[in-house]
Design a protein around this ligand. Structure first.
Ligand code: AMP
Length: 542
């Protein structure tokens, strides 16, 4: 027997319609590429998203068409998120930090019909336009006064396009499984692969982001997503903010510590979200200038493991709660959050940090398990580690156009490529990427564990740990570190520091110092490059 409840589809348009109606005055504040701070609100964003949908309809955009964006976090990008998905087309966010040839590959693979670009990226598309024959036009996200001189003859001005419409438009109703947005994984090897979200998956994910033990987004929040809208939909924050009517503060292109801090203070930011690299810059600025956070009470750290020292600084020195979160583009992206449980209230602060250091517990909707190479489930004892598998209603069932073949098994489990432990309370801890673990004499050494400890050594700013071939042990760990400017930290000091926390067989065989480490377009350490560079490195123990 089926229930007698209305089968209303879950559509992204309903999020902005709700925000426009019930939180119309709530602000969306943006640092613009043109310079000044811009202020708008949900009423205007809903109205302008509708105008954009009208305009795209006139340009011939239909249900399922892909619309690319090359843009920072800002109000026009938010309007595009809702306008494009709301009309039933697919908002394809392109990561501008990728190599130009990858951008061309992605836009062609997606068959983007139009691409919206911030002024910053006009030179980029001028250089690429010849390789994008299927793109009908490039919409520059600015007004007439700022339209650039350009060699391209198919540039459209965003403001002119949008403001030509009257906004007299009803959001169309269609199947909730209709594709809504597309995001290519940055992939450290091979071509990027597209993850295609649906209206349904996005709305369900937003409910989860708004739960207290998700990211706890609510209408009293002023949220600053430093995580870019071109990376896993800014962790779903723009949708969740609309669902709850939270104020949004958009940093535009300025991600340095001083600019982010200034916005946080000026706009009463209560919640922020970003990768550890960004928080390193912010904390550096705050410490150097002896500042405090007057309104921020929590921050979400994800994308890479949050180092212990960073969590301690936020929690102990600044009273900012840290939500350590894990997920991936293929998961919309939220999978786990590291909130403490009631039973942890009376633990000593140090032990609370131990728990926060783990990547957290599955949010409702995400099933997690760890398995060995043959797919056998491993115990949830906090010790055994294996391949981390996931399934759920906002997790990919396959990449766009079937790239990469079948990616889920018969029971819908998706192999994340991460290696992890699960403890009896359900806290998951990433021990490594499956291709990064160091296989030493039959034992696995987590490169991430060694990295985290190395970063805790005074004088070390950043560290990468990779496997280097070893005649006796197969592979042994090598630390490649960046020193704090003018700090005389030595190889011996790093190893001595590690001796206090790591077992003898986990200690690196050597430490080298470099000026900087290579990163992927999303700020993760590019270990494939390091492995290539150091493949012939002779360890002193070899
Ligand atoms: P992406 O799809 O680019 O967001 O990358 C997802 C991958 O980032 C995951 O599979 C993890 O390897 C890594 N990742 C994300 N969050 C964390 C975290 N909190 N700690 C460690 N690794 C993380």
């Amino acid at each position: 027997m089926l229930g007698l409840i209305q089968d209303r589809p879950l559509l992204i348009s309903s999020l902005i319609e709700y925000a426009g109606t019930y939180h119309g005055d709530v602000e969306i504040v943006s640092r613009t590429v043109e310079g000044p701070i811009h202020r708008t609100n949900y009423r205007n964003v809903n109205s302008r998203a509708k105008k954009l949908a009208q305009a795209l309809g006139k340009l011939g955009v239909e249900l399922g068409d892909r619309i690319g964006t090359l843009a920072w976090n800002g109000y026009r990008h938010v309007e595009i998120y809702f306008g494009v998905s709301g009309m039933g087309a697919v908002c394809h966010t392109i990561n501008p930090r990728l190599f130009p040839e990858q951008i061309a590959y992605i836009a062609n693979h997606a068959e983007d019909k139009y691409i919206f670009v911030d002024l910053t990226f006009v030179p980029l598309i001028e250089a690429l336009a010849k390789e994008l024959p299927n793109v009908k036009g490039f919409v520059v996200m600015t007004d007439e006064a700022h339209m650039p001189e350009s060699s391209l003859d198919n540039l459209i001005c965003y403001e002119t396009l949008v403001e030509a419409e009257d906004g007299d438009y009803e959001w169309p109703v269609f199947d909730e499984n209709t594709a809504s947005s597309l995001c290519y994984t940055s992939g450290t090897t091979g071509n990027p692969k597209g993850v295609l979200y649906s209206n349904r998956s996005t709305v369900l994910h937003s409910f989860c982001v708004c739960t207290n033990d998700g990211l706890g987004v609510c209408n009293r929040d002023s949220i600053l997503p430093v995580v870019p809208m071109f990376h896993a939909n800014a962790w779903g924050i723009p949708y969740a903010a609309a669902m709850s009517g939270a104020k949004m503060v958009m940093p535009g292109a300025a991600m340095d510590g001083a600019s982010i801090y200034e916005l946080m203070e000026a706009e009463g930011v209560t919640l922020s979200a970003g990768v550890p690299t960004v928080w390193l810059m912010l904390l550096g600025h705050v410490k150097e200038n002896n500042l405090k956070f007057s309104s921020m009470n929590r921050t979400v750290i994800g994308g890479s493991a949050a180092p212990r020292s960073m969590i301690e600084t936020f929690v102990n020195d600044y009273g900012v709660n840290v939500v350590h979160a894990w997920g991936m583009t293929e998961m919309s992206p939220l999978g786990t959050t590291g909130n403490l449980l009631k039973k942890h209230d009376d633990l000593p602060e140090d032990e609370k940090i131990d728990i926060r250091l783990k990547q957290g517990r599955a949010v409702f909707g995400v099933d997690l398990k760890i398995a060995d190479d043959d797919g056998n489930e491993l115990p949830r004892d906090g010790v055994a580690f294996g391949r981390l598998m996931v399934r759920g209603p906002w997790i990919t069932s396959g990449y766009f156009r079937g790239e990469g073949g079948d990616v889920i098994d018969d029971e819908m489990w998706f192999d994340t490529g991460d290696v992890a432990t699960l403890d009896p309370d359900g806290y998951m801890q990433i021990t490594d990427r499956s291709k990064d673990v160091i296989k030493s004499g039959g034992e696995w050494i987590s490169s991430i564990d060694v990295e985290n400890e190395a970063i805790g050594c005074p004088g070390v700013v950043e560290a990468a740990v990779i496997a280097v071939p070893h005649p006796k042990w197969d592979e042994r760990p090598l630390v490649i570190a960046v020193k704090e400017e003018d700090h005389p930290v030595t190889r011996e000091e790093v190893i001595a520091h590690l001796e206090s926390t790591l077992a003898k067989w986990q200690l690196p065989d050597d430490v080298v110092f470099v000026d900087e480490l290579p990163h992927t377009a999303t700020g993760k350490l590019l270990k494939t490059k390091l492995r290539e560079e150091y493949k012939d490195y002779k360890l002193p123990t070899a």
